[in-house]
Design a protein around this ligand. Structure first.
Ligand SMILES: Nc1nc2c(ncn2[C@@H]2O[C@H](COP(=O)(O)OP(=O)(O)OP(=O)(O)O)[C@@H](O)[C@H]2O)c(=O)[nH]1
Length: 409
């Protein structure tokens, strides 16, 4: 593995409006004045759309990737994820493994949740995770239902696939039907969980059976096309991160713009697959629109672990953008010609294929699986284009640059 770390500098950053993705093969000529007009146009097209990216014009009521949270009345962009399901179905384990890096085997010692556990996550966007005790009946008049569901981003219903699940399905359907009048747009995400202990056949059958039962009962009650998605998950592999990625992506208003930027980067640099990862949780918040397979996600996700381990040994605190830079960082910039990168690592996979990681800001990292026709010698042009992507991302996601966490609610 070849790794290098670079520091930020206060050296002025060329405006993204002046730059563009550089066509592959022009590494030696990198510089704003050498850009091809066509290449410039590609990026300009995306950048010109940016002011509208938050709220696309549409007659369709906002849902999914349409630029607004489904139920956010305040529109403050702080969605709430509710983890619900039967006792011992694995809710607290999911939250601890994904957001607190608890090793899966240690979830065996988690105590049962007795009251609603609310946690605020401060990352590329602020969101809250509410872990509900399994036994709670939230439609009891004693509960303020509006308070629970009003600002909800997604309702994650966890079903233990290793256990009897009929009661869990019944409660899930009751919940959906109770909510559909007041909150018809809630994204219901069903995690068919603990699938690690099941044989392939049994896993598939269980999954299909659960989907069938939920859909049948909802349509019996006249509720067709309910916004319910199903995932097979386990804390013992990457599936829980993959599922959470998809849940979170539905809550990111800028997703279409992010995907467009990644598509453009991929086609310009001959990248097979690009992921924008939240470093803290290893959730990917966007990827290009080429087909995703769990294998490439796993490679990239493991790669983040490697980077985190290496940077724990060799990393250092990143200076603020406004800080005075010392002579060392200044000389690095002159030498490298790049004042954006924090860390940059390439790793040989096989032949010409390699993985490329670049820390985009404090929260996000870009990881690319490079194609055969994008050899490592062309890395300078990729660096340049990723720099342009990074600048564009600052426009799309200014929130990600924020350093100060909001106070706990
Ligand atoms: N095999 C397997 N076990 C899991 C998985 N996720 C959680 N568990 C186990 O399931 C048990 C219950 O997990 P919890 O996270 O406490 O369940 P909970 O839904 O929060 O339970 P309550 O707090 O009682 O509502 C623990 O022993 C976990 O180790 C999984 O993906 N696979």
């Amino acid at each position: 593995m070849d790794s290098s770390h670079r520091r930020l500098s206060a050296q002025s950053q060329p405006s993204p409006y002046d730059d563009s993705y550089l066509e592959h093969g022009e590494a030696s000529q990198a510089g704003p004045s050498r850009l091809q007009p066509g290449a410039q146009l590609t990026l300009m097209r995306y950048l010109q759309d940016l002011p509208d990216a938050d709220i696309p014009v549409s007659d369709v009521p906002p849902r999914y990737h349409t630029g607004r949270l489904p139920n956010s009345k305040a529109g403050d962009g702080k969605p709430r994820l509710l983890l619900m399901g039967q006792r011992r179905s694995g809710k607290s384990s999911i939250s601890s493994v994904v957001f607190h890096k608890l090793p899966p085997s240690e979830t065996l010692y988690l105590e049962t949740t007795t009251r609603i556990k609310k946690e605020s996550m401060h990352s590329f966007m602020d969101f809250q995770v509410w872990d509900f005790p399994g036994h709670l009946d939230y439609f009891d008049p004693a509960f303020d239902v509006d308070n629970i569901f009003e600002e909800i981003g997604a309702l994650i219903w966890v079903i233990d696939a290793q256990d009897e699940y009929l009661e869990a399905i019944m409660r899930l359907n009751t919940t959906i039907l109770n909510l559909q009048h007041s909150y018809p747009n809630i994204n219901v995400e069903v995690f068919v969980h603990k699938v690690d202990g099941l044989s392939e056949d049994y896993k598939g059958d269980t999954f299909r059976d659960i989907i069938q039962r939920v859909q049948d009962e909802l349509s019996d009650h006249g509720y067709e096309n309910a916004p319910v998605s199903f995932y097979q998950t386990s804390i013992y592999d990457h599936s829980i991160f993959e599922a959470f990625s998809k849940v979170i992506q539905k809550l990111i208003p800028q997703l279409p713009t992010l995907e467009a930027l990644l598509n453009s980067l991929c086609s310009t640099c001959h990248i097979e697959k690009a992921y924008l990862f939240d470093i803290m949780s290893k959730i990917y918040i966007a990827t290009d629109t080429s087909p995703t397979d769990i294998g490439s996600y796993e490679i990239c996700s493991d790669y983040i672990d490697v980077v985190i381990d290496v940077s724990e040994i060799y990393g250092w605190d990143r200076p603020d953008d406004n800080d005075e830079k010392d002579d060392t960082s200044h000389s690095e910039i002159i030498e490298i010609g790049n004042n954006d990168a924090e860390s940059l690592i390439t790793m040989e996979r096989k032949g010409n294929n390699y993985l490329y990681l670049r820390e985009i800001n404090k929260y996000l990292a870009l990881i690319c699986l490079m194609g055969d026709d994008s050899p490592a010698e062309k890395k300078a042009v990729i660096d340049y284009n990723v720099g342009v992507f990074q600048a564009a991302l600052k426009q799309v996601f200014p929130r990600a640059e924020r350093d100060v966490p909001l106070p706990e609610e």
